[in-house]
Design a protein around this ligand. Sequence first.
Ligand code: AMP
Length: 240
Amino acid sequence: MNLSYPNLVLFGPPGAGKSTQATLLTDHWRLTSISTGQRLRDTIEAQTDLGHEVAAVMAEGKLIDDVLMNRLLIAWLQDVSADYGVLLDGYPRTVVQARSLDVVLTDLERPLTAVVALVLSDTEAIRRLSGRRICRLPGQPDSIIHVSNEAAMERCLMLGGTLFEREDDQPEAITRRLAEYNAKTEPLLRFYAERNQLMLIDADDEPAAVSDTIVAALSAAYPELAATDRAQAVDAETAA
Ligand code: AMP
């Protein structure tokens, strides 16, 4: 196995900070992050026939069928440079997908290193999501602020921004999303635990501390990785 980078799957309930961790991990190792939900939304925006097909399914809140999803996943994975690992977020969503991921990654000679599952209590997830506000400033990307950070909330307003709550951060939606995550992810966690590929990571901490825990856990399990973090790789490239 080439372990100059990991090939990872990232799981986590809403509110666990999955996209923040994805960003921090791609800073650490040479990783291309593939968020299937985001890639599908990009496909829709491209307004191709495929985009229209995907849009119709997503609009109904259903999952894209496994055959199409696999075809797309293979194309996205084939696009990843051989010097980079992958970080999958949003796939697999079912045990059937987990089994085909195995086949696809083996075919691409990119075996799965580990599945990182962020663990957060429902109580903390609800606290984070229900207190989450989006600050929108003209000409700038949206940022997320928690209501407990009064200074940041005031700053957003003073700079002429608007603060709003995402529709799916309303209490009933939060409960539904958490229940759905717990129900759907449970069998997958069991699947990977039985294969000794599961790393459970406590996500109830600051993002940088959670990221450090993930990096430490992966580096302990795969010592080759400890020597190949991205900063060192960049240094080596510069020196060459
Ligand atoms: P997400 O942003 O991960 O919540 O995904 C948004 C939507 O994209 C989902 O509701 C599905 O319709 C679709 N989707 C994303 N990932 C998958 C997947 N692995 N299998 C099937 N559909 C998916």
